[in-house]
Design a binder for this molecule. Structure first.
Ligand code: SF4
Length: 377
């Protein structure tokens, strides 16, 4: 017997829509893969950096945060790559936006509200919806949700696809009711991930082989080739800094919300709640195998589904993590994410940050224990 309405997020409903079985694994069995998704983890780090930057506008604090988030960079190549990229990205960002056209109203703002049947106006007794927005900003006399994105590249397709970002539009509706601000639209703040790699240099054997090949081609039978040494951290940072000085590495896109979208999204959300209740009552969460490779890589639960839910696979590849991590540690990431760093960062910092633009009074703790309640609507 459940004690009250089930806390849900858009991530959960989105996953339920895409593959009911994945939703079952994550939200009812509470399973998360042990191996975390690296892309999501990097995106989370940048979200944290942007929160610090927009709160304090002190680059040193941002860079210190990156240092702390990558403590094993001397031994761990991937962590070193993240450190380089995050450091250069945030230095470039600070240089690109030394001043802002907007005032920050709130950062990493959580909300919780009822799910309403738009046909009758009745609230669901089974579910409530919670979420977190990266920020709320004011431009002139209009309010916008600030939404950070890290992208591999920005092109016309990418910008077109922002229209399908229903999560943020639904969140705008909840934020309006929670805070009493009319949200005019979404300000997408897009940061591109540079694809540069740090030169790793040649091993002695690689160098000898290259020199041998050059000498074989040379008329003299000799080669003056020198061994390529690994690129220093300083030299790589310089190359990255030059890249982040290019205009296409940061982009802001404003999308105005049509009020009709609110009603359509509420209706869809209500339909999902009814389908979930039915699936849970019957204990049937069917698999959508068309979704298994949706992101051009196997779904996080692929080994589990393939093994028919084998307890051995669960024991070796998954662990239990309570759902809705995004409410605790900031960022709104998909439920497949398993980012120990972000979870730890949250749980270790019950230290309310300062709220920008309001004279520095404490803001909600990010642990999710101070979720703003929306009034009944
Ligand atoms: S592996 Fe496929 S069927 Fe299984 S949960 Fe993932 S998407 Fe669904």
């Amino acid at each position: 017997m459940m004690s009250g309405p089930m806390l849900t997020t858009y991530s959960m409903w989105s996953l339920f829509r895409n593959c009911r079985k994945a939703c079952d694994w994550r939200y009812l069995h509470e399973l998360v893969p042990l191996e975390r998704d690296h892309n999501l983890s990097f995106g989370s780090l940048i979200h944290e950096c942007l929160e610090i930057w927009h709160r304090d506008r002190e680059l040193k604090r941002v860079l210190d945060h990156i240092d702390r988030a990558c403590p094993n960079q001397a031994q761990d190549e991937r962590e070193l790559r993240d450190w380089h990229l995050a450091t250069a990205m945030m230095k470039g960002y600070a240089a690109r936006y030394p001043t802002e056209e907007f005032e920050v109203v709130a950062l990493e703002k959580t909300f919780k509200g009822k799910i309403v049947n738009p046909a009758t106006g009745a609230s669901s007794r089974s579910f409530v919806l919670a979420g977190k927005v990266d920020g709320i900003v004011q431009i002139g006399d209009e309010f916008f949700l600030l939404e950070h994105k890290t992208a591999s590249q920005i092109d016309a397709d990418y910008l077109e696809r922002l229209w399908t970002d229903f999560q943020i539009i639904l969140y705008a509706w909840y934020v309006e009711r929670t805070l009493g601000l009319r949200i005019a639209g979404i300000l997408y703040n897009i940061l591109v991930k540079a694809r540069l790699q740090q030169g790793r240099g040649e091993t002695e054997a690689e160098f000898e082989e290259r020199r041998r090949r050059l000498a074989a081609k040379s008329k003299t039978g000799k080669s003056s080739a020198k061994r390529k040494l690994p690129e220093s951290d300083e030299a790589f940072q310089e190359r990255l800094a030059a890249k982040y000085a290019e205009p296409g590495m940061f982009h802001r896109e404003t999308l105005y919300i049509s009020r009709d979208q609110f009603a359509a999204l509420q209706a869809e959300l209500w339909e999902l709640t009814q389908a979930f209740l039915d699936a849970r009552r019957r204990g049937v969460f069917y698999r959508n195998t068309a979704f298994c490779f949706h992101y051009h890589r196997p779904c996080a639960y692929f080994p589990l589904c393939r093994s028919g839910g084998s307890p051995n696979v669960i024991e070796n590849l998954y662990h239990k993590v309570p759902p809705h991590e995004e409410l605790r540690d900031g960022g709104g990431e998909p439920p497949q994410a398993n980012c120990a760093r972000r979870a730890n960062a949250c749980c270790g910092r019950h230290n309310p940050p300062r709220q920008a633009g309001t004279g520095g009074e404490p803001q909600d703790c990010l642990c999710g224990s101070h979720i703003e309640e929306a009034p009944a609507f």
